[in-house]
Write a protein that binds this ligand. Structure first.
Ligand SMILES: [Zn+2]
Length: 388
C-alpha cells in the first residue's frame, strides 16, 4: 500500500551514505501496542545496513516500559549453562585481545549475567546498567558487580571515567545510534575499549530459525552488516581492533553473532575496508515472500473450514495483518494474553476453543511443545500444522 508524502530517500544512520526505501512491512501487536504500524525498511547503498526508518527511541521506550516481557523470559536466564557458555565467549574475546582489567560497565545488562561473571575474574569496578529495573538483580548479591539505572544515551558515569564499555544486543534496539556512540566517547577514558555484539544480519540466511524469524522481531530496528557497524564506530573516532563472526548458543537456539572490539583514539584511523559478506536486503525480501505464501495458504484453508491460530509470537504479529480477521480465531495459553485482544478480537483460551477445522501453531521456537499440549486437548495429528 503506497502512502502519500512518504520519503523514499534517507541518509544511512551508520555511514551517512544514501539509503533507499526497500519495502514496507506491516507489524501488529496486542491491544494498543506501539507496533500496530507499517514499518518502512530502508537499505544503505554503501554499507548495506537495513533499518526501520519511521520509528524513534521515544516510541521504543514505551515498548520496553510496558509491553516487553524480557524480564520474565527463561531465554534470558543468567544461570542457564548455554548463557554461561556465551558469557565465556565474550570474556575470551576480551582476553584474546589482551584487554586487561579496567573499570567497566555493561550497558543494557538485563539480569547482569555477563557483568557478574566478569566481576569474579576482574580486580576492577564492574557495573551493570539497564533502563528496566525489573531485570536487575535486587539487593546484595554475592558477586562484586554493582547495578545502576540508566540508558545508553545518558550513562550514569562521569566524563572519561571508564576503561571499557560493553553492549550486548543493544545497538539493534536503539534508533539514535550516534547519540549512543557519542555518549560512549564521553564516558570512556583515552584509549578506552568498546565491545559491541549484535546479530550478524549477513548470516541470517545461514541461521534462518523460521522463514521470517529475524525480520519479525519488531524491536530490532537495525540489521547490521560488519561494514555498517565498523563505519558507525569509525565515524566517532574509534579504531577497530577485531571483527569476529561466531555462532553462539542461547537456551533456545544458536545465533549468528557479530562482535567488534574498538578503541577510543584522539586521531582518526584509516578507514577499514570491510567486505560485504551477505545480502541482507535480499534476505528481507525473501522473508516477506515466505510470509505472503504462508498467509495465502492459511486463507486457502480458511475458505472451507475454521482456522485457529495458536501462539501470539512475533512471527504471528507479522502474519496477522496479511490474514482476514473474520476467518480466523486466535488462542494462547498465557493468561496475560487471554486478557487482551487483537484489533477487537479476543485472545481465547486454547482449552475453550472448539476442536474443529485446522489448528495452525504459530511460534517457530515452541511449536513442538504446543503441539503436544494440543494433542492432549484432542486435536488430531492431521489437523495440526506448524509454521516454520
Ligand atoms: Zn551505510
Amino acid at each position: 500500500m503506497k502512502q502519500a508524502n512518504k520519503s523514499t530517500r534517507d541518509r544511512c544512520p551508520a555511514c551517512s551514505s544514501p539509503a533507499a526505501h526497500l519495502l514496507d512491512w506491516e507489524f501488529s501487536g496486542l491491544g494498543d501496542s506501539i507496533f500496530n504500524y507499517t514499518a518502512h525498511f530502508f537499505c544503505c547503498q554503501d554499507c548495506s545496513l537495513v533499518y526501520v526508518q519511521n520509528i524513534d527511541d521515544e516510541k521504543l521506550a514505551q515498548y520496553y516500559a510496558g509491553e516487553c516481557s524480557y524480564f520474565e523470559k527463561p531465554h534470558f536466564a543468567v544461570t542457564s549453562p548455554t548463557n554461561q557458555e556465551k558469557y565465556e565467549a565474550y570474556i575470551r574475546f576480551l582476553n584474546d585481545n589482551r584487554v586487561a582489567p579496567v573499570d567497566m560497565a555493561d550497558i543494557g545488562c538485563g539480569r547482569g549475567g555477563f557483568v557478574s561473571r566478569l566481576s569474579e575474574r576482574w580486580e576492577a569496578a564492574c557495573w551493570g546498567v539497564d533502563v528496566d529495573m525489573r531485570s536487575m538483580p535486587q539487593g546484595e548479591g554475592k558477586d562484586k558487580a554493582a547495578f545502576r539505572m540508566g540508558d545508553a544515551a545518558q550513562l550514569p558515569f562521569g566524563d572519561r571515567s571508564l576503561g571499557l564499555l560493553t553492549y550486548f544486543h543493544i545497538l539493534e534496539h536503539v534508533r539514535d545510534l550516534h547519540g549512543l556512540l557519542s555518549e560512549a566517547v564521553r564516558v570512556l577514558q583515552p584509549d578506552g575499549f568498546i565491545m559491541i555484539e549484535v546479530p550478524d544480519a549477513e548470516r541470517y540466511r545461514a541461521h534462518p530459525i523460521g522463514s521470517a524469524f529475524w525480520i519479525s522481531i519488531r524491536e530490532h530496528i537495525y540489521h547490521y552488516t560488519a561494514k555498517a557497524l565498523v563505519a558507525a564506530l569509525q565515524s566517532h573516532g574509534f579504531h577497530i581492533l577485531q571483527v569476529s563472526r561466531q555462532t553462539l548458543p542461547t537456551p533456545e537456539f544458536s545465533y549468528p553473532s557479530l562482535m567488534v572490539l574498538a578503541r577510543k583514539r584522539e586521531r582518526p584511523a584509516a578507514v577499514a575496508n570491510i567486505p560485504i559478506a551477505g545480502d541482507v536486503a535480499a534476505y528481507v525480501l525473501e522473508s516477506r515472500e515466505a510470509l505472503l505464501r504462508q498467509a495465502q495458504e492459511i486463507l486457502g484453508v480458511a475458505e472451507n473450514q475454521q482456522v485457529t491460530l495458536w501462539g501470539c509470537s512475533a512471527e504471528l504479529f507479522s502474519l496477522l495483518p496479511l490474514l482476514d480477521r473474520r476467518r480466523v480465531r486466535i488462542c494462547d495459553s498465557s493468561k496475560l494474553k487471554q486478557g487482551t485482544s487483537y484489533k477487537g478480537m479476543a485472545i481465547e483460551d486454547p482449552r475453550s476453543v472448539p476442536i474443529s477445522g485446522t489448528l495452525i501453531i504459530a511460534p517457530y521456537l515452541h511449536g513442538v511443545a504446543i503441539k503436544s499440549t494440543a494433542r492432549q486437548l484432542g486435536w488430531s495429528e492431521s489437523a495440526m500444522h506448524l509454521l516454520h
